[in-house]
Every structure is written in C-alpha cells, then in structure tokens.
Design a protein around this ligand. Sequence first.
Ligand code: NAP
Length: 323
Amino acid sequence: MENMQAIRVKEFGGPEVMRLEDVPTPKPGPGEVLVKIKAAGVNPVDTYLRTGAYAYKPVLPYTPGADAGGVVESAGEGVKGLKSGSRVYLAGSLTGTYAESALCKVSQVHPIPPHISFSQAAGINVPYATAYRALNQRMSCRAGETMLVHGASGGVGVAAVQLGHAMGLCVIGTASTERGRALVKEAGAHHVSDHSKTGYLTEVLNMTGGKGVDVILEMLANVNLNNDLTILARGGRIVVIGSRGKIEIDPRLAMGQDANIHGMSLMTVPEDDLYSIHCALVAGLENKTLNPVVGVEIPLKDAARAHIDIMKPGSYGKIVLIP
Ligand code: NAP
C-alpha cells in the first residue's frame, strides 16, 4: 500500500505532540474524494483540539486540520462533477488536512477559480464560513449598517471585513500592529483602530458620530464583551465568535441599549446553511470580492511552530502549512 506523510497526534498536549509520520494513503470509497494537499490552513481551534481540553475531543490518534487547498487525485463511485486534477478548497475532511493527501466527502470539496492560489485556498473554509455565518445568517446585516470587526487582522477578521465591504456596510476593524491595521484597511475597512491602545473605544464611538455601532463581530469576548456594550447603538447586536475565558458584564448596559448578544459556532451549522455558505463563498471568490490573505507559509513538518505562532499577537491573515 502506498504511503504519505501526515502530522499525527497520539496524545493530547502542547504543540510538540504533533509529529510527522508515514501513514497509508487512504482510498476513496463511494461518495468520497481523495485530494492532494498543496497547502493546509491553521486555525486557533486546531490548537484547542490538540490540548484535549476543548468541548469536542478528537479520537486519538488523529491528523489535525479542517482547511486546505489542493487538487483532486481520485474519486470514488458515484462522485460526479469533480475530475482528477480539479483545483479545490476543502471545508473539512474525513482524515485531517495536515497531510500530503486527505480523504473527503464530496460535500466537503469546492472549486476555486484560477486566480486563487492553493495557499489562499487553505485560508477559505473556517475563516470565511465563520464570517459569512456571522454577518448573514446570525446577524442578518443590512447595507448601510455600521459593523465593528473587533479583531480584524486575523483569518476571520479579514474575511469579515471583505464580506462587510462587499455588502455595503460601514466597516470598522481593529488590530494591535500598524502592519495589521494596514491589512485591515486594504481588505476594505473604512476606519481602523488599535485594540491595544487606551481610549480606542472612544475613538470607535467617534467614528460613528457618537451613535454607536450596529453590529460587533467579537473575536475575544472574555476581554471585550462588557466594553462592547458601551459602544453599541440602540438595538445593536453583538455576535461572540471567539472567547478564551470568562468575563463579568454589567447587564444594565444591555438593558439601556436594547442590546442583543448572540453566540455562534461553525461546528453546529446545519447542512443546508453550510451548503448556502459555500455557494456564496465560491461566488465571492469568482467575482473577486473575496481574496484570502496568506501571511506566512510554514513547512508541514514545522506544524508545532505554526501552533505557537497563531496564539501570539500581531496577526496578519493566515498561517498555512506546505507539505
Ligand atoms: P487569528 O487569525 O489568530 O486572529 C486573532 C484576532 O484576534 C487578530 O485579529 C487579533 O489581533 C485579535 N485580537 C487579539 N487581541 C484582541 C483584543 N484584545 N481585542 C480584539 N481582538 C483581539 O484567529 P481567527 O481565525 O481570526 O479567529 C478569531 C477567534 O475566533 C479565535 O478565538 C477563534 O478560536 C475563534 N473562532 C471561532 C469560530 C466559531 O465557530 N465560533 C470560528 C473560527 C474562529 P492582533 O493580533 O492584531 O492583536
């Protein structure tokens, strides 16, 4: 049987538990597709899963990763419309994407247009699906509204800024570095602010002429949720996308503004909503309103370094692994 290289996690723990090993290359069964991985996307959730302390625990041993760009190698019985050699992005897989190949259900494989590189394709699934779900399916954003992307320089943030700009929202994005803020501006934000600077919330409020923001996409709720309530317009809504701990909030701030606080998880999106999300993302890639930004490419064997780097401040688009 032919072998491939893949990152394997045999015990939960720190980044060092990820090791590159030879494993058998999977064969596609009925309704399955084997994809040769050219680049794999790294997401914060990959690090949470690796520790074993997340709500969902993978079965050991496993290969991490839900995102990738690559080409179809072979397809199982009954698969139509995906030819060997087709350029695709993956929205999850059956065997993990930190590998030379991944076995997928046909519904996890989506086409990419010629101008999108494989590394860009590795930055589509989790970031763009999350941002699309937040803006459209959870917040029902409307053109003309003001949206704060609180943490706009990383994977989800850049995606949200591009989507918001394309939809006609007034977009404010935050980042802690000058390089990050330049990226957020390039992605289409009308205003940028620095979430590491004292007084930036007043700056954000002033950007709205004192009215407050209609929608907040929150990447670090355990730090920001109470503050968000102080810069919300009346009837405004917050969607919690990221949180790494607990926070005490003053509910009176929510009462005074008729505020709405929502949560969301990409892991619980129903199949039909997921189908709709990927149809929209494919269209956005084709019409060039969506353009994933790759900050750094790291060899697959150094996946541990990618897991350390993604948890550091100073985000700049996506970190991708190259097999
Ligand atoms: P990422 O690429 O690592 O980016 C992290 C972002 O958070 C950066 O823009 C970073 O800005 C920003 N940030 C850091 N400190 C902040 C602060 N005090 N206030 C506001 N923003 C701050 O991660 P990502 O892929 O964009 O994901 C963002 C978060 O959402 C993560 O916690 C992730 O686990 C979560 N997430 C959740 C879902 C879901 O289904 N709910 C899906 C995807 C992601 P600087 O680096 O410039 O400081």
